[in-house]
Structure formats: structure tokens, C-alpha cells
Design a binder for this molecule. Structure first.
Ligand code: PGA
Length: 280
């Protein structure tokens, strides 16, 4: 029994990071900003490799933020190779909730892991509006990503009609609650949330820092009510929707904005790096 106890203690010590840094990273103000590029349906293999090289070359002073790029599936493996030896991480833009099967056109967590990618965007508004993503499929995908060891970046956000109808927090709360349904506290600490008002995506019209901060604070309060204060304080909540070098600083200095999910401005190294620098 003694041996078994020691062994299981060592085993669990191996798997979990030491307690102190864990507590520290969850303390207020200690959330490392995550600057994530959502490349959508842009960049072929060679272009992805060049962009990663360019980002890496310009990222010398960016050790204080985490950099993530999410290329299309076809470039995931090449991107994972190109990022080796750099601080850049790679993520996919979606996944299926099953591990394998007759699901033409889909790819699984296992295949994503196989490319070397470590993150996955789930529930992006384009996925919700064009490809029948629902709160239920977002929940299934989140569970699968966590089981497979991928970090889910869960997207939520209201449409313009919903904002105009004063339903923003209702909509975002429902999406967030459903995404986290059945997810344990330990798994919740591994997730990232991206608040992306649909009316701000690709429109050049970003939420004001105050509008974004208000929703981010609401999401954090909701996470606290679903779990506890330490999960809420540790949760990284990114803003997405026309984030650009000239508005990044005012957004990223808000108390509850912990990074950005960037579409258009992530397709060029200069603008992506300028946004990342605003997060320092
Ligand atoms: P945008 O896209 O920065 O081009 O508005 C953001 C996103 O869709 O994640």
C-alpha cells in the first residue's frame, strides 16, 4: 500500500504543474495575454511558412505575451514544423467531436494533434452562421478537445439585432453556459473564451473598449458562478472583431480583456506583431 501511495503521488506530481506557480498564474492580473491569429480560409502551405518565419523574426521582444496562429487544416503540419524553436503556437479552426468515422469533410482531435497543433477554435460565428454550429455542437467539441489534450478557444458573441434589442449579456451567457455544460472545474481551467460581437467581425467596426470590457466582466462573473473565483480569475477571455494595431492598446488595457482573436490583421506579420506589442 505504501509503495502504491508513493507511486501514485509521484505519478500525479508528474502530470500536474507545481501548486505554487499554478496558484500564481491564477492570481489577479497574472493572466498572460494570448494574441491569436485566426487565418480563416487564407494562406497556402508556403505562405503559412513564410508568415510564421516573419512573425518569429519580429517577435524578439514579445516574450511577455503568448502568440498563436490558426491556419487552415492543409497548412497545420507545415506551420507546426515552421514554428519549431520559436514561441509561436499553432491551432486548428474547428474539429469534429468524434475521434473517427464516416464524416466526410471533417477532421478529429487526433488528426489535429497529429499535425503538431495544440489549440482549436470552437464555435466561431462564421461556423455558427454558415455551417450549422449550435450551442450543443460547441459543447460536444469542447469536451472532445479537452479529452484529446487540445486547448479550446470557445467563441461567443451577439448579433447586431441582439445588441440593439439589449440582449447581449443574455445571448453571451447562454452560449457560455451551454459551452461549459458538464465540464469539470479542472478542465474549465484549460479553456480560453473569445468574445466576438458578430457585428464587429470583418466589418472594421470594433466594439468600444468600454462595451467589450462590460461583456468580458460579465463573462468572468458567470464563470465564477459556474465554478469559483480562482477559475474565473485564471480564465483568459480574448476580444475579437476588427482588432487592429490602432485600437489594440485601448482594448488590451481593459481589466478583463486578456488578449485578442484577430482575423484580417493577423494575415500580415507587421500588423499581427503590432497588436501583440500592444498587449505587453
Ligand atoms: P476580424 O476577425 O479581426 O477580421 O474582424 C476576427 C475573427 O473572426 O476571429
Amino acid at each position: 500500500l505504501f509503495c502504491w501511495t508513493i507511486q501514485s503521488f509521484l505519478h500525479s506530481a508528474e502530470k500536474k504543474p507545481p501548486l505554487l506557480p499554478r496558484l500564481f498564474s491564477h492570481a489577479r492580473g497574472m493572466r498572460k495575454k494570448l494574441i491569436a491569429g485566426n487565418w480563416k480560409m487564407f494562406k497556402k502551405i508556403g505562405e503559412a511558412q513564410s508568415l510564421i518565419k516573419e512573425i518569429a523574426q519580429g517577435a524578439g521582444d514579445l516574450g511577455g505575451v503568448e502568440l498563436l496562429v490558426c491556419p487552415p487544416y492543409t497548412a497545420l503540419n507545415a506551420a507546426s514544423e515552421a514554428r519549431k524553436g520559436t514561441q509561436i503556437k499553432v491551432g486548428a479552426q474547428d474539429l469534429h467531436w468524434e475521434e473517427q468515422g464516416a464524416f466526410t469533410g471533417k477532421i478529429s482531435w487526433d488528426m489535429i494533434r497529429d499535425t503538431g497543433a495544440e489549440y482549436v477554435i470552437i464555435g466561431h460565428s462564421e461556423q455558427r452562421s454558415y455551417f450549422h454550429e449550435t450551442d450543443d455542437t460547441v459543447n460536444k467539441k469542447t469536451k472532445t478537445a479537452l479529452k484529446g489534450g487540445l486547448v479550446p478557444v470557445i467563441c461567443v458573441g451577439e448579433t447586431l439585432a441582439e445588441r440593439d434589442g439589449n440582449r447581449t449579456m443574455d445571448v453571451v451567457s447562454t452560449q457560455t453556459k451551454k459551452a461549459f455544460e458538464g465540464i469539470t472545474k479542472e478542465d474549465a481551467t484549460k479553456c480560453v473564451i473569445a468574445y466576438e460581437p458578430v457585428w464587429a467581425i470583418g466589418t472594421g467596426r470594433n466594439a468600444t473598449p468600454e462595451q467589450a470590457q462590460e461583456v468580458h466582466a460579465g463573462i468572468r462573473a458567470l464563470i465564477q458562478s459556474l465554478y469559483d473565483a480562482s477559475v474565473a480569475e485564471g480564465m483568459r477571455i480574448l476580444y475579437g472583431g476588427s482588432m487592429k494595431p490602432d485600437n489594440a492598446k485601448s482594448l488590451l488595457t481593459q481589466k478583463d480583456i486578456d488578449g485578442g482573436l484577430i482575423g484580417g490583421a493577423s494575415l500580415k506579420a507587421d500588423s499581427f506583431l503590432a497588436i501583440a506589442r500592444a498587449g505587453l
